[in-house]
Design a protein. Structure first.
Length: 165
């Protein structure tokens, strides 16, 4: 699965509207669009390290495409977090991702980075991998979550993704 675009860009008014619709609420941080889906909508956003009230924000890269959020949620519900934690072949990739997450967030604790023996959230790991242009954890999740872009853009109606990732 390839992203349509993966270089971060400042959001347009249309992007802000789409992200609010996809989240089901206005975002609490400033953000940039890190990855767009093939339909041109935001799929991954990169949040500012602090929310608008100045508090550290725990999730830097946020998966907002409803289809991808739902696929990863199914994987998590089926034990995907534990499976990733227990996969010895993935330990070096998880440790490296934790270091990159922390470094990219000014040292603040971020989702998916902290205790290297534990994986907090597959959504955050996938968003981070997609924003970086790919990687072993994104590949691992993609192979197990049956990721596919929707035929129709997620922002065209429907319920919010319901993800806090």
């Amino acid at each position: 699965m390839r992203a349509a675009a993966s270089s971060a860009s400042f959001p347009t008014p249309s992007d802000r509207e789409a992200v609010a619709a996809l989240l089901g609420r206005p975002p609490v941080t400033d953000f940039r669009v890190a990855v767009r889906c093939p339909h041109g909508a935001p799929a991954v956003i990169e949040n500012a390290p602090r929310d608008r009230a100045g508090r550290p924000f725990p999730t830097r890269d946020w998966l907002v495409c409803r289809r991808l959020v739902e696929a990863v949620s199914r994987l998590e519900a089926a034990g995907g977090v534990r499976a990733l934690e227990e996969d010895p072949a993935m330990r070096p990739a998880v440790l490296a991702a934790h270091r990159r997450h922390a470094a990219g967030h000014g040292g603040h604790r971020v989702a998916g980075a902290g205790d290297p023996a534990h994986v907090k959230c597959l959504h955050a790991h996938l968003a981070f991998a997609m924003a970086e242009g790919g990687g072993p954890i994104g590949d691992w999740i993609g192979a197990r979550a049956e990721l596919a872009w929707p035929e129709r853009c997620c922002r065209e109606g429907g319920e919010p993704a319901g993800s806090s990732r």
